[in-house]
Ligand binder design. Structure first.
Ligand SMILES: Cc1cc2nc3c(=O)[nH]c(=O)nc-3n(C[C@H](O)[C@H](O)[C@H](O)COP(=O)(O)OP(=O)(O)OC[C@H]3O[C@@H](n4cnc5c(N)ncnc54)[C@H](O)[C@@H]3O)c2cc1C
Length: 514
């Protein structure tokens, strides 16, 4: 890790080294900025390019990756750049607005420090040390985590989020079970099932809760536009072919509505569901499994944008009404958020896949670094980004969450696993006139007060309370990553190291097409 920005250059801090953050760092370097790239993980790549740990000594790490070569080229270019400071295993635990209420009196002159991006509080190294960065521009590319709807028995050992199962399979070569079912909604179920097969599991079936009508309505609407999204469509077809080769059934309109077992999952109950995801009576079927992986889309990681004060927008106006908590960071055509000097890219602006994240990241990084907005290469990136957004709208329309999924729940079904808050407790608080305030309801039910700080249950509780906790509510976490009191008590240290300036090229870097 090297550190301090060189005076005279724009210092761009990029949070997240997934497809979006890496592309942002690459473009910001190309535009001549000093870049600090920060990620909690040991290696860059984010969720899409999840790599085996270095200790595994993989001889061909690309074999498990789509688009590995262009990713690897970009990693080498960015991390090896003399103006890039790569902070691995470092977490941004807080953003401090310079126009915060206690400094507002002196900070309201337009163009003053109060209009700049927030201070970036980072925990880094072993033992962890506190640093505070004061960037000229901040690119947020924190990605998403997978969303899981609760059902009776979902808290049994052996029930995995699809993302966790994939992380174990792809990132550790660990199979979560021998007889595994994959269920939920969205195209993400396909790569998860493929990763499980590669790790040695027998995948019994993939259950997509969406019905054929919704899928056709989303995916086949304006089919000629799919041609411009060939990269992502081709990737999905390759997963489907792999499942076909292993004779894994892909069933539409079916969901896992219960998991049962003595101490761990032994069987699941699957059922046909209607368009609103209510169960068709008599369609239940019991399947013996030793693991089940469930995913119902993604929740953007919004705590940093919320802390920075960025405006949020609801899920695409075109898509059917979704959860009240389905919100993303609002950005303009240059990936600017509503906060001066703060840019956003990737899944936090909409769930659109890795190619769109890369395009957004490149636009954000280039503009954040002060690159010319009219550059020709930027026009291509913007076009790629817009195609990605169209893909996101298609995805949202094809895989909406049916509003009647709470019909799967029983009064004693656990909603918040950290605090063991039940469905009955959440329902009681929703109708209690003294607990209409989300904060009061949270204290009363304790849902969201545990270690995950509502990352898992937050959107679900917001939805069950229907309108009681909308917008930024479930994402408001002033402390984005856990910090020990001892660490908090120690004063921050200056960023370590320094790096050399280099030439100032005049166009954004080429965008990978994979
Ligand atoms: C669990 C999971 C698995 C997925 N698997 C696939 C797949 O197999 N195929 C596919 O097409 N798409 C997959 N996706 C979707 C895929 O993640 C995106 O299309 C793409 O990776 C998004 O890129 P991104 O840069 O926006 O976010 P990400 O790739 O998620 O990268 C965000 C990065 O930000 C870092 N970060 C977040 N918060 C902080 C912080 N406070 N401090 C420091 N660093 C931080 C994270 O560690 C992460 O590396 C998956 C998504 C998830 C959530």
């Amino acid at each position: 890790m090297t550190g301090e920005p060189v005076t005279g250059r724009r210092h761009v801090v990029v949070v997240g080294a997934g497809p979006a953050g890496l592309a942002a760092a690459d473009a910001a370097l190309a535009a001549g900025a000093q870049v600090t790239l920060i990620d909690t993980a040991e290696r860059p790549g984010g969720q899409y390019h999840r790599m085996l740990p270095e200790a595994y000594g993989a001889t061909d790490p690309g074999v498990l990756q789509h688009g590995y070569r262009s990713f690897d080229r970009r990693v080498r270019r960015v991390l090896g750049h003399p103006r890039c400071s790569w902070w691995a295993e470092s977490s941004v635990w807080a953003l401090e607005r310079r126009d915060a209420p206690d400094t507002a009196d002196v900070a309201h002159v337009p163009g003053s420090a109060g209009d700049g991006p927030p201070l970036v509080h980072v925990l880094s190294g072993t033992p962890r040390r506190r640093h505070v960065l004061e960037p000229d521009a901040l690119v947020l590319a924190a990605g998403a985590h997978d969303r899981v709807l609760p059902f009776p028995g979902w808290d049994l050992p052996g029930v995995y989020t699809a993302g966790a199962a994939q992380a174990l399979a792809k990132g550790e070569r660990v199979a979560v079970g021998d007889r595994v079912a994959v269920a939920g909604t969205g195209p993400f179920l396909l790569p998860v099932a493929t990763s499980l097969l590669e790790a040695g599991s027998r995948v019994l079936e993939v259950l997509e809760a969406g019905r054929p009508g919704a899928l056709a309505g989303g995916w086949l609407r304006r089919p000629w536009e799919l041609g411009s999204q060939l990269g992502k469509s081709g990737e999905l077809l390759s997963y489907a072919a792999e499942l076909g080769r292993h004779r894994v059934p892909y069933r539409l309109g079916r969901a896992v509505v219960e998991a049962r077992g003595d101490g761990r999952v032994e069987e699941i109950v699957t059922a046909r569901v209607r368009a609103d995801w209510s169960v068709v009576p008599g369609s239940e079927r019991v399947v013996a499994v030793d693991a089940v992986c469930v995913g119902h889309g993604f929740t953007p990681r919004l705590e940093l944008p919320v802390a920075a004060g960025c405006a949020l927008r609801p899920l695409s106006a075109e898509s059917p009404a979704g959860s009240p908590s389905e919100v993303f960071v609002e950005v303009d055509g240059d990936q600017r958020t509503s906060r001066p000097g703060v840019y956003a890219a990737g899944e936090i602006t909409g769930i659109a896949g890795a190619p769109a994240s890369r395009a957004e990241g490149a636009v954000a990084g280039w503009i954040a670094a002060g690159g010319a907005p009219e550059s020709r290469a930027l026009a291509t990136l913007r076009a790629n980004r817009d195609r990605g957004r169209a893909f996101a709208a298609r995805l949202a329309a094809a895989h909406p969450i049916g509003r009647n999924w709470p019909g799967w729940l029983r009064p004693d079904t656990v909603i918040c696993r950290c605090e063991e808050t039940t469905y009955a407790a959440v329902c009681r608080s929703a109708v209690d006139p003294t607990r209409t305030e989300p904060g009061v309801a949270k204290l009363a039910t304790r849902a969201g007060l545990g270690p995950c700080q509502a990352r898992i249950c937050g959107p679900t509780v917001a939805e069950l309370r229907r309108g009681g906790d909308t917008g930024a509510g479930p994402h408001h976490r002033p402390v984005a990553e856990p910090i020990r009191l001892g660490e908090l008590a120690r004063p921050p240290e200056p960023p370590p190291g320094s790096s050399e300036p280099s030439a100032h090229p005049d166009s954004p870097v080429e965008e990978s097409t994979s």
